[in-house]
Design a protein around this ligand. Sequence first.
Ligand SMILES: Nc1nc2c(c(=O)[nH]1)N[C@H]1C(S)=C(S)[C@@H](COP(=O)(O)O)O[C@H]1N2
Ligand SMILES: [Mo]
Length: 254
Amino acid sequence: MLDRRKLLLGSAALALSGCKVFDSATDTTGTLHNLFASHEGLTQTTQRALIGDRLAPEFSEADIRQGQRPNGSTDPTGSDYRRMAETAFRDYRLTVTGLVNAPQTLSLTDLAALPARSQITRHDCVEGWSCIAKWQGVPLGTVLNLAQPKITARYAVFHCFDAIERSLSGEVFYYESIDLIDAYHAQTILAYAMNGTPLPVANGAPLRLRVERQLGYKMAKYVHTIELTDSFASLGSGHGSYWADRGYEWYAGI
Ligand SMILES: Nc1nc2c(c(=O)[nH]1)N[C@H]1C(S)=C(S)[C@@H](COP(=O)(O)O)O[C@H]1N2
Ligand SMILES: [Mo]
């Protein structure tokens, strides 16, 4: 496992060094340095100790130089998803379930009625590109409070509409998770708008996670269910996320 991880991270590093970074004017050396540092043995605990409650940098409208580059799944093909997309996600519902006292089913109208937060932040993909975009949505903590997490809850798991992998043994739908420290961080939001328009399908419509102090793959798009758990032993192969199950870090701090 460790060797496979080293191998993968080695190829990520190569991809980074050979890649034209999208937002080259914004502190690329810092980004690259932090990426390497985070993958070279700094544990989650050490990163947390260094980071504390720090906010990710926020930018101004003038720093938005291009659209958010779509990556990973960009057009889920499931028939339920397609039907909702055709009617502007009127029938979309977010389910909040698991270790909660008050499970929730929320429409986009319900979510839009909650206090919103807007932030202009930089998205860093492990492949070596970055984009600055404005994200608007509802703080995840606000939604979790509606559901009243049980004292035993430790993680928020995000289940997504897109089948990222298809094989003879079936479809694998994208999944991610964060701990409740990050879930309640001020900049962790469920975004329904981007750069002033409803979230495009390519970027995760109708609802995607923003967790600004971690890498892009943590920011689950096409979220339909948030499940609070105390472990992810029974999720995928047990590392807590689609990419973590394939050798990447679960805690992808930047
Ligand atoms: N559901 C889902 N979420 C996802 C992905 C995906 O393939 N499916 N890709 C991840 C990766 S690797 C990145 S960099 C970002 C890309 O977000 P964007 O398409 O808005 O740029 O989404 C992340 N979240
Ligand atoms: Mo990514």
